[in-house]
Design a protein around this ligand. Structure first.
Ligand code: ATP
Ligand code: MG
Length: 259
Protein backbone atom coordinates (compact mmCIF):
# COMPACT_ATOMS: atom_id res chain seq x y z
CA UNK A 1 0.00 0.00 0.00
CA UNK A 2 1.30 3.47 -0.78
CA UNK A 3 0.17 6.94 0.23
CA UNK A 4 -2.04 8.03 3.06
CA UNK A 5 -5.80 7.55 3.14
CA UNK A 6 -7.63 10.18 5.17
CA UNK A 7 -10.91 9.14 6.77
CA UNK A 8 -13.29 11.53 8.57
CA UNK A 9 -15.78 10.18 11.11
CA UNK A 10 -18.71 12.52 10.85
CA UNK A 11 -22.32 12.85 11.92
CA UNK A 12 -23.61 16.12 13.30
CA UNK A 13 -25.87 14.17 15.61
CA UNK A 14 -24.25 13.90 19.05
CA UNK A 15 -23.42 10.70 20.87
CA UNK A 16 -23.74 8.29 17.95
CA UNK A 17 -20.34 6.63 18.38
CA UNK A 18 -17.98 8.80 16.32
CA UNK A 19 -15.24 8.99 18.95
CA UNK A 20 -15.67 5.39 20.09
CA UNK A 21 -15.40 4.22 16.49
CA UNK A 22 -12.47 6.55 15.74
CA UNK A 23 -10.46 5.33 18.74
CA UNK A 24 -11.23 1.64 18.41
CA UNK A 25 -11.07 1.31 14.64
CA UNK A 26 -7.77 3.23 14.67
CA UNK A 27 -6.41 0.99 17.43
CA UNK A 28 -7.43 -2.21 15.68
CA UNK A 29 -5.66 -1.13 12.48
CA UNK A 30 -2.57 -0.04 14.42
CA UNK A 31 -2.39 -3.42 16.13
CA UNK A 32 -2.67 -5.04 12.71
CA UNK A 33 0.59 -3.27 11.84
CA UNK A 34 -0.56 -0.12 10.06
CA UNK A 35 0.77 3.30 11.00
CA UNK A 36 -2.20 5.33 12.18
CA UNK A 37 -2.73 8.96 13.13
CA UNK A 38 -5.97 9.97 14.84
CA UNK A 39 -6.68 13.70 14.74
CA UNK A 40 -9.10 14.87 17.42
CA UNK A 41 -11.12 17.70 15.87
CA UNK A 42 -13.67 17.97 18.68
CA UNK A 43 -13.26 20.52 21.51
CA UNK A 44 -14.72 17.88 23.86
CA UNK A 45 -11.46 15.98 23.36
CA UNK A 46 -13.01 12.54 23.75
CA UNK A 47 -10.59 10.81 21.39
CA UNK A 48 -7.69 12.53 23.18
CA UNK A 49 -8.69 11.38 26.65
CA UNK A 50 -9.90 8.02 25.34
CA UNK A 51 -6.33 7.37 24.22
CA UNK A 52 -4.89 8.32 27.58
CA UNK A 53 -3.45 11.73 26.70
CA UNK A 54 -3.78 13.95 29.78
CA UNK A 55 -5.05 17.47 29.22
CA UNK A 56 -2.32 18.97 31.39
CA UNK A 57 0.45 17.41 29.34
CA UNK A 58 -0.65 18.86 26.00
CA UNK A 59 1.71 21.54 24.69
CA UNK A 60 0.60 21.73 21.08
CA UNK A 61 -2.92 20.80 20.02
CA UNK A 62 -4.93 20.77 16.82
CA UNK A 63 -6.01 24.33 17.68
CA UNK A 64 -2.40 25.50 17.36
CA UNK A 65 -2.09 23.70 14.04
CA UNK A 66 -5.25 25.29 12.61
CA UNK A 67 -4.80 28.80 14.00
CA UNK A 68 -1.24 29.33 15.25
CA UNK A 69 0.80 27.94 12.36
CA UNK A 70 2.21 25.07 14.46
CA UNK A 71 3.18 22.07 12.39
CA UNK A 72 1.08 18.92 12.66
CA UNK A 73 4.17 16.86 13.53
CA UNK A 74 4.75 19.08 16.57
CA UNK A 75 1.29 18.22 17.87
CA UNK A 76 1.58 14.44 17.45
CA UNK A 77 1.61 12.42 20.69
CA UNK A 78 2.34 8.71 21.04
CA UNK A 79 -0.26 6.47 22.69
CA UNK A 80 0.01 3.22 24.64
CA UNK A 81 -0.80 1.38 21.41
CA UNK A 82 2.11 0.64 19.09
CA UNK A 83 1.77 2.39 15.69
CA UNK A 84 -1.04 4.62 16.96
CA UNK A 85 -0.48 8.36 17.31
CA UNK A 86 -2.89 11.14 18.20
CA UNK A 87 -3.12 14.87 17.61
CA UNK A 88 -4.95 16.07 20.72
CA UNK A 89 -7.74 18.60 21.04
CA UNK A 90 -8.20 20.98 23.93
CA UNK A 91 -11.11 23.22 24.86
CA UNK A 92 -9.40 26.09 22.91
CA UNK A 93 -10.79 24.43 19.84
CA UNK A 94 -14.29 25.56 20.81
CA UNK A 95 -13.26 29.06 19.72
CA UNK A 96 -11.79 27.87 16.44
CA UNK A 97 -15.19 27.56 14.81
CA UNK A 98 -15.50 31.37 15.01
CA UNK A 99 -11.82 32.32 14.79
CA UNK A 100 -11.48 30.42 11.52
CA UNK A 101 -14.18 32.51 9.85
CA UNK A 102 -11.86 35.43 9.25
CA UNK A 103 -8.62 33.64 8.37
CA UNK A 104 -7.24 32.96 4.93
CA UNK A 105 -7.92 29.53 3.39
CA UNK A 106 -10.10 28.69 6.34
CA UNK A 107 -11.56 25.50 4.85
CA UNK A 108 -8.27 23.95 3.74
CA UNK A 109 -6.07 24.40 6.81
CA UNK A 110 -6.40 20.82 8.00
CA UNK A 111 -5.82 19.47 4.50
CA UNK A 112 -2.59 21.46 4.21
CA UNK A 113 -1.45 20.27 7.64
CA UNK A 114 -2.10 16.60 6.81
CA UNK A 115 -0.33 17.05 3.48
CA UNK A 116 2.84 17.94 5.39
CA UNK A 117 3.08 14.44 6.92
CA UNK A 118 4.03 12.88 3.58
CA UNK A 119 3.81 9.09 3.68
CA UNK A 120 4.41 8.83 7.43
CA UNK A 121 0.98 7.26 8.09
CA UNK A 122 -1.04 4.64 6.23
CA UNK A 123 -4.33 6.02 7.53
CA UNK A 124 -5.28 9.30 9.14
CA UNK A 125 -8.61 9.35 11.00
CA UNK A 126 -10.37 12.58 11.93
CA UNK A 127 -12.85 12.55 14.81
CA UNK A 128 -15.35 15.32 14.01
CA UNK A 129 -17.44 17.35 16.46
CA UNK A 130 -21.24 16.99 16.44
CA UNK A 131 -21.84 19.95 14.13
CA UNK A 132 -21.56 20.89 10.49
CA UNK A 133 -19.47 24.01 11.06
CA UNK A 134 -16.03 24.96 9.79
CA UNK A 135 -14.23 22.25 11.74
CA UNK A 136 -16.26 19.53 10.05
CA UNK A 137 -15.86 21.33 6.71
CA UNK A 138 -12.07 21.22 7.27
CA UNK A 139 -12.32 17.48 7.91
CA UNK A 140 -14.46 16.85 4.83
CA UNK A 141 -12.09 18.94 2.71
CA UNK A 142 -9.05 17.01 3.94
CA UNK A 143 -10.62 13.55 3.69
CA UNK A 144 -10.62 10.93 0.96
CA UNK A 145 -13.73 9.44 2.52
CA UNK A 146 -16.28 9.89 5.28
CA UNK A 147 -17.43 7.12 7.57
CA UNK A 148 -20.80 7.85 9.15
CA UNK A 149 -21.54 6.13 12.45
CA UNK A 150 -25.28 5.67 12.99
CA UNK A 151 -26.72 4.76 16.36
CA UNK A 152 -29.42 2.07 16.22
CA UNK A 153 -32.01 4.26 17.93
CA UNK A 154 -35.25 5.98 17.17
CA UNK A 155 -34.60 9.09 15.02
CA UNK A 156 -31.33 7.52 13.83
CA UNK A 157 -31.89 8.69 10.27
CA UNK A 158 -33.03 12.16 11.17
CA UNK A 159 -30.51 14.77 10.14
CA UNK A 160 -28.78 12.36 7.80
CA UNK A 161 -30.02 14.12 4.68
CA UNK A 162 -28.49 17.33 6.02
CA UNK A 163 -25.14 15.59 6.47
CA UNK A 164 -25.31 14.08 3.00
CA UNK A 165 -26.19 17.48 1.53
CA UNK A 166 -23.14 19.00 3.23
CA UNK A 167 -20.95 16.22 1.88
CA UNK A 168 -22.36 16.96 -1.58
CA UNK A 169 -21.61 20.66 -1.19
CA UNK A 170 -18.00 19.90 -0.31
CA UNK A 171 -17.76 17.47 -3.23
CA UNK A 172 -19.05 20.16 -5.55
CA UNK A 173 -16.43 22.70 -4.59
CA UNK A 174 -13.63 22.07 -2.11
CA UNK A 175 -13.03 18.34 -2.52
CA UNK A 176 -14.42 16.62 -5.63
CA UNK A 177 -12.77 13.29 -4.67
CA UNK A 178 -14.63 12.93 -1.38
CA UNK A 179 -16.89 9.90 -1.06
CA UNK A 180 -18.97 8.20 1.58
CA UNK A 181 -16.70 5.28 2.37
CA UNK A 182 -18.95 3.59 4.86
CA UNK A 183 -21.74 3.65 7.37
CA UNK A 184 -21.25 1.88 10.70
CA UNK A 185 -24.20 0.80 12.82
CA UNK A 186 -23.39 1.35 16.49
CA UNK A 187 -24.95 0.49 19.86
CA UNK A 188 -26.91 -2.32 18.27
CA UNK A 189 -29.10 -4.31 20.62
CA UNK A 190 -30.16 -7.51 18.92
CA UNK A 191 -32.92 -8.09 21.48
CA UNK A 192 -34.90 -5.07 20.33
CA UNK A 193 -37.04 -4.77 17.25
CA UNK A 194 -36.03 -1.13 17.05
CA UNK A 195 -32.35 -1.93 16.53
CA UNK A 196 -33.24 -4.45 13.83
CA UNK A 197 -35.59 -2.01 12.10
CA UNK A 198 -33.03 0.81 12.08
CA UNK A 199 -30.32 -1.53 10.79
CA UNK A 200 -32.62 -2.67 8.00
CA UNK A 201 -33.56 0.90 7.06
CA UNK A 202 -29.91 1.88 6.89
CA UNK A 203 -29.06 -1.13 4.75
CA UNK A 204 -32.00 -0.43 2.43
CA UNK A 205 -30.82 3.15 2.02
CA UNK A 206 -27.04 2.72 1.84
CA UNK A 207 -26.74 -0.79 0.36
CA UNK A 208 -23.13 -1.96 0.13
CA UNK A 209 -21.83 1.27 1.66
CA UNK A 210 -23.04 0.05 5.06
CA UNK A 211 -20.46 -2.11 6.82
CA UNK A 212 -21.59 -5.68 7.51
CA UNK A 213 -19.99 -5.49 10.95
CA UNK A 214 -22.37 -4.08 13.52
CA UNK A 215 -21.09 -2.68 16.83
CA UNK A 216 -23.13 -4.04 19.75
CA UNK A 217 -24.19 -1.99 22.73
CA UNK A 218 -21.64 -2.95 25.36
CA UNK A 219 -20.91 -1.50 28.77
CA UNK A 220 -17.22 -2.36 28.39
CA UNK A 221 -16.99 -0.06 25.36
CA UNK A 222 -18.34 2.83 27.41
CA UNK A 223 -15.99 2.09 30.33
CA UNK A 224 -12.74 1.88 28.36
CA UNK A 225 -12.32 5.66 27.74
CA UNK A 226 -12.20 6.45 31.46
CA UNK A 227 -9.11 4.22 31.63
CA UNK A 228 -7.59 5.98 28.63
CA UNK A 229 -7.47 2.76 26.67
CA UNK A 230 -9.00 1.43 23.48
CA UNK A 231 -11.19 -1.63 24.06
CA UNK A 232 -8.49 -3.84 22.54
CA UNK A 233 -6.23 -3.04 25.51
CA UNK A 234 -8.96 -2.71 28.14
CA UNK A 235 -10.83 -5.95 27.49
CA UNK A 236 -9.70 -7.74 24.33
CA UNK A 237 -12.12 -10.64 24.75
CA UNK A 238 -15.22 -8.44 25.11
CA UNK A 239 -17.90 -8.30 22.42
CA UNK A 240 -16.99 -4.71 21.66
CA UNK A 241 -13.34 -5.58 21.10
CA UNK A 242 -14.29 -8.46 18.81
CA UNK A 243 -16.66 -6.19 16.85
CA UNK A 244 -14.05 -3.47 16.30
CA UNK A 245 -11.49 -6.10 15.23
CA UNK A 246 -14.03 -7.31 12.67
CA UNK A 247 -14.66 -3.76 11.53
CA UNK A 248 -10.91 -3.25 11.14
CA UNK A 249 -10.68 -6.34 8.95
CA UNK A 250 -13.63 -5.27 6.83
CA UNK A 251 -12.14 -1.79 6.50
CA UNK A 252 -8.84 -3.24 5.28
CA UNK A 253 -10.62 -5.52 2.81
CA UNK A 254 -12.30 -2.48 1.29
CA UNK A 255 -9.05 -0.58 1.13
CA UNK A 256 -6.92 -3.26 -0.41
CA UNK A 257 -9.55 -4.31 -2.94
CA UNK A 258 -9.40 -0.79 -4.39
CA UNK A 259 -5.66 -0.71 -5.02
N1 ATP B 1 -21.26 0.32 21.32
C1 ATP B 1 -21.43 1.03 22.45
N2 ATP B 1 -21.98 0.46 23.53
C2 ATP B 1 -22.18 1.18 24.66
N3 ATP B 1 -21.84 2.47 24.80
C3 ATP B 1 -21.30 3.10 23.75
C4 ATP B 1 -21.04 2.41 22.52
N4 ATP B 1 -20.48 3.29 21.65
C5 ATP B 1 -20.39 4.46 22.30
N5 ATP B 1 -20.86 4.35 23.57
C6 ATP B 1 -20.97 5.41 24.57
O1 ATP B 1 -21.94 6.34 24.12
C7 ATP B 1 -21.51 7.67 24.35
C8 ATP B 1 -21.38 8.41 23.00
O2 ATP B 1 -20.38 7.76 22.24
P1 ATP B 1 -19.27 8.61 21.47
O3 ATP B 1 -18.64 9.57 22.39
O4 ATP B 1 -18.40 7.65 20.76
O5 ATP B 1 -20.21 9.36 20.43
P2 ATP B 1 -19.85 10.65 19.57
O6 ATP B 1 -20.69 10.56 18.34
O7 ATP B 1 -18.40 10.79 19.41
O8 ATP B 1 -20.39 11.80 20.53
P3 ATP B 1 -20.20 13.38 20.30
O9 ATP B 1 -21.15 13.74 19.22
O10 ATP B 1 -20.53 13.99 21.62
O11 ATP B 1 -18.77 13.59 19.90
C9 ATP B 1 -20.21 7.57 25.10
O12 ATP B 1 -20.47 7.62 26.47
C10 ATP B 1 -19.69 6.19 24.73
O13 ATP B 1 -18.85 5.63 25.72
MG1 MG C 1 -17.18 12.42 19.84
Amino acid sequence: MSGTTVVALANQKGGVGKSTTAVNLAASLALAGHRILLIDLDPQGNATSGLGVERGSIETSIYDVLLKESSLEDAVEPTSVRNLFVVPATIDLAGAEIELVSVLSRETRLKTAIGSTGDEYDFVFIDCPPSLGLLTVNALTAADEVIIPIQCEYYALEGLSQLLRNIQLVTGSLNPELKVGGVVLTMYDGRTKLSKDVAQQVRDYFGEVAYKTVIPRSVRLSEAPSYGEPIEAFDPMSRGAIAYRHLGREFLERHTAEE
